[in-house]
Design a protein around this ligand. Structure first.
Ligand code: DGL
Length: 265
């Protein structure tokens, strides 16, 4: 049986889930977090669904073996491809999956135009099509951003290369979007650049804060919330000390100022 002192595992294809861990830690400072990034196999978002499922399942199995009380899929791509099958496989563990905060944007901007930046895999899955159907009060523009995950993994979220990639993707939409949803957990690390390109009038939303609130509620509901001193362990499938250092830097360095309710699954 899980107990309060067990770890909450946080999983992403790489360093992106750190943007969610920031919110989780703020929301539940007394928890022990075990972060695992699968950078050896990143990016997931350009892989076929079966591969994403297999990689996510392998990581989940490894983490379950560590005696965790909850698993947070801090990866929109992994949630879209594998959350359902993981819940069937591990019915006794709380499994929370982040998904693009489109519902939040649609509720805030009915009749508006909302861009959703996400990986090609997230945007092609049936889960996203169903989400779009539920958000038909706004016009949705799909904005896949291949290449951006690799730049964040390389510690280049603030670089000229990132600016060029984003400029090409977003410039045609300048002044035309009411909101943009960051539907990949790597993208909040390029938030400042996105804001610079789209201007202050365009709201920038992501599901990190909502996912943290939802995780806390689920743990509270099962009397599994810990109040002891908090802890964060960061592991990566590459064992590359540079990537671990990057994760710590991303965890501590940046301010993420957008909040939102949970609309994941
Ligand atoms: N960070 C992941 C997400 O939220 C995906 C990145 C990747 O393509 O590996 O979708």
């Amino acid at each position: 049986m899980p107990n309060k002192n067990d770890y909450i595992a946080v999983f992403d294809s790489g360093v992106g889930g750190i943007s969610v861990l920031r919110h989780l830690r703020r929301e539940m400072p007394g928890e022990r977090f075990l972060y695992f990034g699968d950078s050896a196999n990143a990016p997931y978002g350009t892989r076929p669904t079966e591969q994403i499922q297999a990689l996510t399942t392998a990581a989940a199995e490894m983490l379950m073996g560590r005696g965790i009380k909850a698993l947070v899929l801090a990866c929109n791509t992994a949630t879209a491809a594998a959350a359902k099958s993981l819940r069937l496989r591990f019915p006794d563990t709380i499994i929370i999956g982040i998904e693009p905060a489109l519902k939040l944007a649609a509720d805030r901007f009915p009749g508006g135009t909302v861009g959703v930046m996400a990986t090609p895999a997230t945007l092609r899955e049936g889960k996203f099509a169903r989400l779009m159907e539920r958000c038909d009060q706004c016009q949705v523009v799909k904005l896949p951003a291949p290449g951006l995950v690799e730049l964040v993994e390389a510690g280049k979220a603030d670089s000229h290369e990132t600016e060029q990639l984003l400029r090409q993707l977003l410039q045609p939409w300048e002044g035309k979007l009411d909101a943009i949803v960051l539907g990949c957990t790597h993208y909040p690390f390029a938030r400042d650049m996105i804001r610079k390109l789209l201007g202050r009038e365009c709201a920038i939303l992501d599901g990190g804060h909502g996912t943290a609130i939802h995780t806390r509620r689920r743990l509270e509901g099962e009397d599994l919330l810990r109040e002891g001193p908090g802890e964060v362990i960061i592991e990566n499938s590459t064992d590359d000390p540079k990537l671990i250092a990057l994760c710590h830097r991303l965890l501590e360095d940046r301010e993420q100022d957008e909040e939102g309710a949970y609309h994941g699954s």
